[in-house]
Design a binder for this molecule. Structure first.
Ligand SMILES: [Mg+2]
Length: 460
């Protein structure tokens, strides 16, 4: 699978979810008139009395789906449901092994699937199957198909929509919910395709136009498509007062609310906070809005204090974070690629190895290196903990590996302007292992622009 977009989208979804969890089910008046006022960042306590940064079913079900896609390389409905069962019954894909905030329709579907093992009948049918529980977890599937569309010349729309609707129907088996997931796909595809060419609102409008065009030609869909009429002209939707927007659990209102938050804000932060402060199904509205906004703004747009507070870093790292690092590393070093070929191995890689890989990956000239690294470090233990750990390893004579880690860190420090690492750490590594030819490591920018530091090193 091409993982482009996964990290940005999934991280945005998880962050939005975590922001909304403490105030879920509160109406917007209740949120506004709380002692602390509207939500402005990660909070602990509240609805589920969870620590700040805890994310819920929206993220867990999306992560279970992503894990399935990663492991099977395709959309395997049974494998997805098996992983969803693991989440519901065993606490897998949660920050701390504790499952909470399971939606009623999803729960019913899981119970039914456990009894019958049938993916075609487990989802609820009828008009009551139009909660937002399919839409909230559809992002990995949308990204999977968007990437597929971008990598082939033929039109994959039919297959994509069919597949997306089937994944949605695992829990919510109604055309209306299916259309919401389909619209999500068209928007996702347009953001990924035109990210650097169009402005965000143009991409969203284009996605919606394609969705309306597709569904209006499809038998039996027109009477359902009409529910999404308010989305058809986003310039009109933009003018809506917040009073006209409802952040409820109803899939139509939920999608409209999420898109309204995206098109009426200019940053990731403002978008997800606006979604949360609409009240009601706060975490899901923000998860849907955050996922799509994340695809556009990138994970680097997530405020650093939110990154440091987010819970379940290990789960997130294993499932979403390593993908972008992996791709960076692959772009730089083919040997490394061969060594770590096979995504499963990433689950057992140590943090040290990951940092080493980041070091390689970020010494390329990619534009978003600094943001990649900066956020990655925030996701890890504190930077100093990492550095000290490597220093201890160095003292134990853990040779060349440590050198490359420290060189990587030094390079990253420079690129990201990251505070905390001292140049002495690099010196010690270099002196201790003076047989290392650093010119081979091609830290081009390091060499070109950091002359003062290089002079110091020579003196040393
Ligand atoms: Mg939730």
């Amino acid at each position: 699978m091409n993982y482009s977009g996964i990290t940005n989208g999934m991280y945005g979804l998880i962050v939005g979810d975590a922001l909304g969890v403490p105030v879920e089910f509160m109406d917007r008046g209740e949120i506004e008139w709380r002692e602390q006022g509207p939500v402005t960042g990660m909070e602990g306590g509240g609805t589920y009395n969870m620590p700040a940064g805890t994310w819920s079913d929206d993220s867990s079900m999306a992560l279970a789906t992503l894990d399935s896609i990663k492991r099977t390389g395709t959309i395997d409905l049974k494998d997805i449901m098996d992983r969803v069962v693991l989440w519901d019954y065993k606490g897998k894909y949660t920050p701390d092994g504790f499952t909470f905030d399971v939606g009623r329709t999803c729960d019913e579907a899981i119970i039914k699937y456990k009894k019958t093992g049938d993916v075609t009948t487990c989802g609820r049918t009828g008009e009551n199957a139009n909660g937002n529980g399919a839409l909230m977890r559809i992002l990995p599937v949308s990204v999977f198909w968007a990437n597929k569309q971008m990598s082939v010349s033929r039109d994959v729309t039919e297959s994509a929509i069919k597949s997306i609707e089937l994944v949605g129907a695992l829990t919510h088996n109604h055309i209306r919910s299916g259309i919401a997931c389909g619209i999500h796909y068209f928007i996702t595809k347009n953001i990924l395709m035109y990210k650097d060419k169009l402005i965000l609102n143009e991409m969203i409008q284009k996605g919606i136009d394609e969705a309306f065009d597709y569904y209006s030609r499809k038998d039996g869909y027109n009477s359902e498509l009409v529910h999404y009429e308010e989305l058809s002209e986003i310039q009109e939707l933009r003018k809506y007062d917040s009073e006209r927007i409802v952040g409820s659990g109803y899939v139509v209102e939920s999608l409209i609310a999420a898109i309204w938050c995206i098109i009426t804000t200019d940053t990731f932060k403002d978008c997800v906070l606006k979604a949360v402060n609409l009240g009601d199904d706060t975490d899901t509205t923000a998860a849907i809005a955050g996922g799509l906004a994340g695809l556009y703004y990138g994970h680097g747009a997530v405020p650093s204090e939110w990154c440091s507070e987010i819970k379940g870093k290990k789960v997130i790292n294993n499932l979403i974070w390593l993908e972008s690092i992996y791709e960076d590393a692959v772009g730089y070093d083919e040997d490394l690629y061969r060594k770590y070929d096979g995504i499963d191995k990433w689950d057992i890689m140590s943090k040290g190895t990951v940092v080493q890989v980041v070091g390689y990956g970020n010494s390329t000239d990619k534009e978003n290196d600094a943001a990649d690294f900066e956020v990655f470090c925030r996701m890890m233990d504190s930077f100093w903990v990492a550095v000290n750990r490597y220093r201890q390893m160095m003292n134990k004579g853990n040779d060349g590996y440590v050198v490359s880690v420290l060189l990587g860190l030094g390079c990253l420090y420079y690129i990201a302007g990251f505070e905390g690492i001292k140049i002495e750490d690099e010196y010690k590594a270099l002196v201790h292992y003076d047989d290392v030819d650093i010119s081979d490591l091609e830290f081009k920018r390091y060499d070109r622009e950091n002359k003062k530091r290089r002079r110091n090193r020579e003196c040393f």
